[in-house]
Design a protein around this ligand. Structure first.
Ligand code: GRF
Length: 203
């Protein structure tokens, strides 16, 4: 059913993509709204951003906790929030298969490369070291692999000869924000026919 989605955002750090969703809702660009932010790390800036926006924050600590226990607590915590859409935005842990199965088709990630190129950590560095002329970002459904799920939306930028990881990341970040917001808009408008091996996006 098209319409506003209740979004839960999973984070581990800075939260600029979270901010993009908060701002897009505030500006009326998306109807969907972030109802809660869940972090596996206490004290990260994403939690502060959520707090400033009056959004509920929850910390499910992963450090020093057995993986099975963490996975169980995270699944319970997010399920209790009853989201329509779960967004991974700088969430730095691999979700376990049970979580992915529970939310498959309503679980998306933003990744800073044109997948399937450069999955995993340090995607901007990987693109530079490979000598790519283009890179970009991908919003995709999350499956049980690492950055392997069906692609929803991608946008590219050129890599300049003098680019560093920092300069490239800084230029890519606003493109990430716009791509994530656009993906949520397409999903709330029921324009993403999802998800098989390929995703059909009606524009
Ligand atoms: C972004 O580059 C995102 O693509 C990647 O992690 C970074 C998170 O940045 N998955 P932020 O926390 O949203 O500012």
């Amino acid at each position: 059913m098209a319409g506003s989605k209740k979004i839960v955002v999973l984070v581990s750090g800075r939260g600029s993509n979270l901010q993009a969703l908060i701002d897009a809702h505030g500006a009326g660009k998306i109807r969907s709204r972030v109802i809660a932010v869940v972090s596996n790390k206490p004290g990260v800036f994403a939690l502060e951003r959520a707090g400033q926006a009056g959004i509920a924050t929850l910390v499910v600590p992963s450090k020093g906790v057995a993986k099975a226990e963490y996975d169980r607590t995270l699944l319970q915590t997010v399920s209790d929030l009853d989201p329509d859409l779960v967004v991974l935005a700088g969430y730095m842990k691999i979700l376990d298969a049970g979580f992915v199965r529970a939310f498959f088709g309503r679980l998306i990630n933003i990744h800073p490369s044109l997948l399937p190129a450069f999955p995993g950590l340090d995607a901007q560095r990987q693109a530079l070291e490979a000598g790519a002329l283009l890179t970009g970002c991908t919003v995709h459904f999350v499956d049980e692999g690492c950055d392997t799920g069906p692609v929803i939306l991608q946008n590219s930028i050129a890599i300049e000869p003098n680019d560093t990881v920092e300069s490239l990341s800084a230029r890519l970040l606003p493109v990430e924000h716009a791509t994530l917001v656009e993906a949520v808009r397409l999903i709330e408008d029921d324009k993403v026919i999802a998800p098989g091996k390929q995703t059909l996006v009606l524009k």
